[in-house]
Design a protein around this ligand. Structure first.
Ligand code: SF4
Length: 266
């Protein structure tokens, strides 16, 4: 299997692109068709990247009965956030609660401490940031989607002797019941795990909340074949709409933090 970066060099779609189209077709146009330069990068994106890289490092360096040294894991996260904020010409949009990098790092350290205290080391780590590429076959017509769906599973591990895909998230809020039932990402992970030979793999959400008192939400996510069909049908429908030039603006709360608001006329 190619690396995720190599897979992304070829034409493809992704869960992020589908979600983007669902939230605002105009934003999808700016991001994926015009590839317009964003006015800023959301802080959540920077924190998410640093978080994933740090948890991956933690899992790879820990094993049954031993943890990677906590100070080194904390340093990894701190360095990742600083690099993410300072290492790109596109500025980061800070949030109301944290107006500078040291406040962001402090909040992230609190989150990491809670994560390390509450989330056990898996029995076995098969891989982290495991890339996959799925050929999408329409469940009703048998048509092949013009491009594959590409992504990477945060970690594939064994728990109780069974393969599990771990999905590490950070967020201000816990996932709602609707996200637990309908989010597209776990469906793609399940399909990706099967394609890589991890038959029957479950998906577990491990969400660390960014709050004054951070916490970890753990949910076993259940998906059925009908959810996979719906994901594939959604990819076909989005591809048809994009090809037809359907890129209307969907104005709402999401415009307040949209990096294309100026270009969009908001
Ligand atoms: S400003 Fe709003 S309507 Fe315009 S692209 Fe962004 S999210 Fe869509």
């Amino acid at each position: 299997m190619l690396t995720l970066a190599a897979l992304r060099e070829k034409p493809h779609t992704s869960i992020s692109a589908l979600r983007c189209y669902q939230s605002c077709p105009k934003k999808h146009y700016f991001t994926y068709i015009e590839r317009a330069a964003p006015a800023f990068r959301p802080l959540a994106l920077v924190l998410g990247s640093a978080w994933h890289a740090t948890i991956a490092e933690h899992l790879l360096r820990s094993g049954q009965g031993h943890h990677a040294p906590v100070e080194e894991v904390r340093d990894h996260l701190r360095d990742g956030i600083v690099r993410g904020v300072e290492g790109d010409a596109v500025p980061v949009l800070f949030e109301e609660e944290e107006q500078d990098i040291s406040a962001v790092v402090d909040a992230a350290m609190d989150m990491l401490d809670v994560f390390l205290a509450k989330v056990p080391i898996p029995e076995r780590v098969h891989g982290v940031e495991v890339p996959f590429s799925l050929e999408l076959v329409h469940p009703a017509t048998g048509e092949i989607h013009p491009v594959p769906l590409v992504g990477a599973m945060d970690a594939v591990v064994d728990e109780g002797g069974h393969p599990i895909v771990l999905e590490f998230k950070t967020g201000k809020r816990r996932w709602t019941a609707d996200q637990i039932d309908y989010d597209l990402q776990p469906t793609a992970y399940m399909m990706g795990a099967r394609a890589l030979g991890h038959d029957g793999a479950g998906v577990k959400l491990v969400l660390t909340t960014k709050a004054k008192k951070p916490d970890v939400q753990v949910e076993h996510l259940v998906r059925y074949r009908r959810d996979e069909h719906e994901l594939v049908e959604t990819a076909f429908a989005v591809a048809r709409a994009v090809k037809a030039g359907v890129d209307y603006p969907n104005r709402g709360w999401q415009c307040r933090t949209c990096p294309y608001a100026q270009a969009c006329g908001s």
